[in-house]
Ligand binder design. Structure first.
Ligand code: FES
Ligand SMILES: [Fe+2]
Length: 354
């Protein structure tokens, strides 16, 4: 670090977490173990799992996970790893399947995850089936939000989702219908992107389209238990035009529910490596009729525009976090209290015993 650099830190304000936490491979691994493999995580929306056989499969922080609706109508979760030679059982994506047939040698599991056929295996197939099941993952569903936990003994679900149920009261999300998914790859650590979500400070500079609507004088981020809620007034005359008039809620550690006047984008910030992340979007709307389509498309277009701007800045920031000059910076008391709250939770994870 340049020895002549002036520190801007004052006792009154908060400093960011250290730059190494955004790129060090050991720290990433520790966060996966203590956080992503231990906590409840939002996995998808139930609308993708309407009837028995529907499934969603993707890799969460490096571990392929599969959630499906069983023949009994219940949601079940498994590691998407075949007990034979570790192939994915189902190809990643979402859809409907009659059976869980492994894509490698065709072992078949029932919707409880128990092996029921190992075609051509030879030997005692029945005994093999009796002792072989997919590794289970815990699943919970709250108002259509499907959560998983990979830990053998999950922490309290109610504690994990904190004030989310209260924040969603009256939002109407249960009436939204599935429209489309989208995924964006990012070259940055998952925390780099979350921090960007946790403040509106950058809106006037980075997001001209959003800045047309949002009144920064009233903009605030209100942290509560495990969540943070963005609150803002709109610029005079923009009430009718603005798509983003609803609720923007972040849930620890990696989810945002962007609720618009006509629907929602459920945003999952999925870590894929120390310096790579995947944004998984699920767009849902109140009205899927032809008449509502232009308004729905407008919402998605704005979301894509803003996301592109956020991705570009996060990738720039990520490079500088790794460049070895910057160590930590001072956070705005007016605008970055949400970032402070996020950092407090990250620090608590780092302080947890292994
Ligand atoms: S790896 Fe699944 S059947 Fe062989
Ligand atoms: Fe942004």
């Amino acid at each position: 670090m340049p020895s002549t650099a002036k520190s801007s830190a004052s006792a009154a304000n908060h400093l960011t977490i250290p730059a190494t936490w955004y790129h060090d491979a050991g720290i990433y691994k520790m966060e996966c173990e203590k956080l992503f493999y231990s906590e409840w995580l939002l996995f998808c929306h139930e609308t993708l799992l309407p009837s028995p056989g529907h499934y969603v499969a993707y890799t969460v922080a490096g571990r392929p996970i599969l959630v499906l609706r069983g023949k009994d109508g219940q949601l079940k979760g498994f590691h998407n790893v075949c007990r034979h030679r570790a192939s994915l059982v189902l190809k990643e994506g979402h859809g409907k399947t009659e059976v869980l047939r492994c894509m490698y040698h065709g072992w078949v599991y029932d919707t409880n995850g128990d092996l029921c056929k190992a075609p051509g295996f030879g030997g005692d197939e029945k005994s093999l089936c009796d002792r072989t099941s997919l590794f289970p993952v815990h699943v919970k569903n709250v108002d259509g939000l499907v959560f998983i936990c990979m830990a053998a003994k999950p922490p309290s679900f109610e504690k994990s989702i904190g004030d989310l149920p209260a924040a969603l009261k009256g939002s109407g999300i249960e009436s939204f219908k599935f429209f489309d998914t989208a995924a964006h790859p990012l070259k940055c650590n998952w925390k780099t992107y979350i921090e960007n979500y946790m403040e509106g400070y950058h809106i006037p500079i980075l997001h001209p389209e959003l800045n047309r609507d949002v009144d920064m004088a009233t903009y605030k981020v209100v942290p509560a238990e495990r969540i943070a809620r963005h609150e803002t007034g709109l610029k005079p005359g923009r009430e009718k035009e603005a798509a983003n008039t609803g609720l923007w809620i972040w849930l620890w550690p990696n989810v945002a529910l962007n609720i618009y006047k006509n629907g929602m984008n459920l945003e999952i910030v999925n870590p894929t490596g120390p310096e790579t992340t995947e944004l998984r979007y699920c767009y849902m709307f109140k009205d899927l009729s032809k008449e509502a389509e232009p308004e729905n498309r407008k919402t998605i277009d704005l979301s894509f525009t803003v996301t592109r701007q956020d991705i570009d800045i996060c990738e720039i920031v990520q490079k500088n976090l790794h460049a070895g000059v910057y160590e930590a910076g001072e956070l705005s008391p007016r605008h970055e209290n949400g970032v402070v709250y996020f950092h407090d939770l990250v620090r608590a994870v780092h302080a947890k015993p292994a």
